[in-house]
Design a protein around this ligand. Sequence first.
Ligand code: B12
Length: 460
Amino acid sequence: MRIKLEIMEEKTVILLMTTPPPAFSPWGVPARLPPLGLAYVAGALEKAGFQVQILDNYQLNTSIDFIKQEIERLCPEIVGVTCGSVTYQRCIEIAKAVKELRPSCKVVVGGWHPSYLPDTMLQHPEVDYAVMGEGERAIVELANHIAKGNNERATAKIPGVACRFKGKILKNPPKFISDLDDIPYPARHLLPMEIYDRQIGYLNAKPVDVMNITRGCPYRCNYCETNKLWGPKYRSFSPTRVVEELEYMIENFGSKGIYFIDDNFTINKKQTIALCHLMKERKLDLEWACDTRVDLLSRDLLVEMREAGCRTIFFGVQSGSPRILEKLNTCTTTEKTVEGFKLCREADIHIACSFMLGIPGETIADMETTYKFAKKLDPDWCTFYVYIACPNSNLYEEVLQKGLYDRMDNFLAFVKTAQFNYEQVVAIQQRFQRGFNTSPKTLLRRIRRDGFSSFLKSLL
Ligand code: B12
């Protein structure tokens, strides 16, 4: 396992890092995926001429002592940390360690939590700047100012940056990058690629890498906060740029499969078809999976996608209860889901999906309806999650205002209503997950899909 980072000379040294994992994580153990956002930030900084290193403390599960040693050894002038809500405490711990060892080093935080609640970061004097929204342009501008030794007045004017100025917290709204093709490739070469899973259940091909080719979501689902990070307007990398990056990944990292972790991969049908055509033209021979919505599909589109290598599509179905779908404001219906799944099957594309349980206003009967619906849909993979309210979503505001929680982990609220508490929903979720995984239909589907010997192997 490679942890050793090189000592850099001459140029301004920037050390980017994820935080170690939270002590407690309500979402379970996530896949070992690389920090793509941080790699994008690193790519932009490298292109601007900075010396950049990435330390993925999250996946390496490093100790604060190790992080301190690395800071002392590498002597960075800027430390940038990705911070989610559950890793908030860890992020502050790192900021304190940086200032203790190198008081002149600037601490910049970015990612989901600083984008949503920058004040909670800047209330700590150890944090100098919080970047809100997409980071590439803001961090380069900020790093240039820091490198030139410009005063606080100048840095306080950068779009997407929040900082303390004259005793107040100033927040400059982000300006979203209109042409995504201006963004350099994520600096995957700075990541310890060997520590990542590079395989996913949805694809047979190995190694698999992740890509994100669209930003911005026009939908307003009440549980989701993504449009606050990427803005309300959908933007995407051009098909040519995507294919070039795919070729680069095949050549440099031996990628055989790609998981596109976009919110709505197929949101622009014309562009998705153009991308599929290019993938076929360039004979990329990749297997891929993507995430999208059931109402962003059509027969001809799916045929193009299958021909270009798409093997699986993931859908966040969320609920089988029309009342709850309305509450979530997903703007989908159970009928649309049935229709969308049928189209995928006809195009010979596998289906993965997930549901949430424990939404405010939900009853145990609604949850049972969801389970029945999941079984009726009969997807290839199905995951049930317990809903936990995340900052900056509409439902989060409702949960806080009405006091519909019995516990907070950092800023995340564990929902409790008159109908259920967190522990009860966990028990229901486990029952549903077990029931789905062990149903004869699911087992048969697995045997048909993966073959009997691989099924037996997985049991052993
Ligand atoms: C892939 C993914 C993961 C991967 C990789 C995470 C990673 N470190 O990148 C894995 C599986 C490891 C993971 C783990 C977790 N994840 Co996750 N994950 C995602 C997912 C699906 C995509 C993230 C992504 O790659 N986006 C694409 C890249 C390009 O964007 P980005 O990462 O946001 O980065 C941009 C900006 O945020 C910013 N930026 C990011 N970091 C930094 C740092 C600096 C210094 C600067 C200046 C800017 C900056 O600039 C980047 C480029 O523009 C999102 C959902 C989503 N749609 O975003 C959830 C999501 C980010 N995850 C979430 C959660 C909760 C978790 C876990 C806590 C789950 C768990 N069980 O423990 C952990 C915590 C991980 C951590 N290090 O904090 C939440 C975060 C909510 C919140 N308020 O914090 C999200 C939003 C999903 C959700 N709504 O529940 N996750």
